[in-house]
Design a protein around this ligand. Structure first.
Ligand SMILES: CC(C)(COP(=O)(O)OP(=O)(O)OC[C@H]1O[C@@H](n2cnc3c(N)ncnc32)[C@H](O)[C@@H]1OP(=O)(O)O)[C@@H](O)C(=O)NCCC(=O)NCCS
Length: 421
């Protein structure tokens, strides 16, 4: 644990630091672009915006900025409960200062600060999962992507309920549909202006369609037209986000995409693993690319791809445990001994009762020994404790029946998120 890094100070960036942040971002993410382009495209509205604060690591001797990242004030939903979440974006270290533990130092400082603010959760999209895993983050975000022929999608009649999005008429209802859906799902952000602005911003090739019933907006889809690389002269559509509050809206969206078949060859459908989409497509294989793609295994066709996406990290365990709803069952008490590479070892005992976890002062003999990373995987419903004892990722002492009760109590759909940063 590096709580201090000699000669480096971490502080909040101010608007006057913009040229230094732009230069660090340029060197880390877009070395072929000019500072002016980056400033225009990424910081058109300024450096720090409501919900986004840049941090800067400065060399004490020279006063030069050597690293930066942006901290986002997010709120994610888990089992209908909002969790204040610290988002991390754009971690960038000056090329000549890499390998000196500066990135690690910034994240350690961040995690300690968030805990002091009783923030239960942190989230980021990693460049490499391993780098953040050693700091306690867990990979929890899975994305399924299906690339199918538009003609293989069902031509549902509900497609006639789809209308083009008109910001003047539809924006509040569209945002409300997202918010209602977010509260029923796990991992979706409770969006602020910072997240809505890029989503709804008009861009070449981007279209938004809404599903309406009796004038009520019940779903929408944001899609991007693109040239289908594999088949010159044809178009593909990449679905960037879709929300359906009922089955009619879902069928309307799929039927609408299907009806594009004369113009659009390929549909790229991004979704969460539990989506019934793959069962509704006529052919369970990926649309043919240049040549016949080789089969995956035996007679199994290629069908979809799995994305290894975002990571979560539990930060303030007490707040996280207090907030998380649990499935109903007979009460039980467990002690968790949690190792944390930044915050040190912690013990927390929880009484699972009345659909909540209540803190208990005295530890009990039934003990789960886990890293904070593995605890995060369990907490968000991605994995089961019985399985993780079997793989020896975690240890357990006590009555086996209690471990099964923990599985049942924390059972939920794992998180998914449309926003990337
Ligand atoms: C990625 C980046 C931020 C890392 O910064 P850095 O200051 O060089 O990293 P650190 O020195 O703090 O590395 C910390 C440790 O992680 C280790 N590490 C790096 N990648 C790892 C991985 N995939 N798995 C496990 N450990 C890893 C390093 O070896 C180092 O450990 P050590 O000090 O014990 O040797 C920097 O290289 C950078 O700016 N890259 C370009 C932009 C980018 O990709 N940003 C990430 C966006 S999410």
């Amino acid at each position: 644990m590096t709580t201090n890094l000699t000669g480096i100070t971490l502080r909040q960036a101010e608007e006057t630091d913009l040229p230094q942040v732009v230069n660090l971002d340029r060197l880390a993410f877009a070395p072929l672009r000019s500072p002016a382009e980056i400033e225009r495209d990424w910081y058109g509205q300024g450096l720090n915006l409501p919900g986004r604060q840049h941090m800067l690591a400065v060399d004490d001797l020279t006063g030069q900025a050597v690293a930066t990242y942006a901290q986002l004030d997010l709120s994610v939903v888990l089992e209908g409960q909002g969790f204040t979440t610290a988002g991390v974006a754009g971690v960038a270290v000056a090329p000549e200062r890499r390998g000196q533990r500066i990135a690690r130092f910034m994240l350690e400082q961040g995690v300690q600060e968030w805990r002091s603010q009783q923030i239960p959760l942190a989230m980021l999209y990693p460049f490499q999962h391993g780098f953040y895993r050693q700091l306690g983050w867990a990979w929890v975000g899975r994305l399924h992507q299906y690339t199918v022929a538009a003609k293989h999608l069902p031509l549902y009649p509900e497609r006639f309920g789809m209308v083009p999005y008109d910001p003047k008429h539809h924006q509040p209802a569209l945002q409300d549909a997202y918010q209602r859906s977010a509260l029923r799902r796990n991992g979706w952000l409770q969006r602020q202006e910072l997240q809505w602005q890029p989503r709804l911003k008009p861009e070449p090739g981007k279209e938004i369609y809404c599903y309406q019933e009796a004038g009520k907006l019940l779903g929408y889809m944001i899609l991007q037209y693109a040239a289908a690389d594999s088949l010159p002269g044809t178009l593909s559509v990449v679905v960037q986000e879709w929300v359906a509050l009922n089955a009619d809206a879902y069928r309307g969206i799929l039927g609408f995409l299907s009806a594009l078949r004369d113009q659009v060859h390929t549909v790229v459908w991004n979704t969460y693993p539990e989506d019934p989409f793959p069962y509704l497509v006529r052919e369970q294989h990926r649309v043919l690319e240049v040549n016949q793609a080789p089969r995956l295994y035996g007679f199994t066709h290629r069908f979809g791809e799995i994305g290894g996406g975002f990571m979560w990290r539990l930060v303030d365990l007490t707040t996280a445990f207090r907030l998380r709803p649990v499935k109903q069952g007979s009460p039980f008490i467990l002690t968790f001994q949690v190792s944390d590479p930044i915050l040190g070892d912690q013990t927390i005992t929880a009484n699972f009762t009345a659909e909540r976890m209540h803190p208990v002062a005295q530890p009990v003999p039934a003990v789960v020994k886990t890293s904070v990373e593995h605890l995060t995987e369990l907490f968000c419903g991605l994995r089961r404790a019985t399985e993780m004892v079997w793989t020896r990722e975690i240890e357990y002492e006590g009555d086996r029946a209690l471990l099964q009760k923990l599985d049942a109590a924390w059972q939920c759909t794992p998180p998914f998120c449309w926003d990337y940063f």
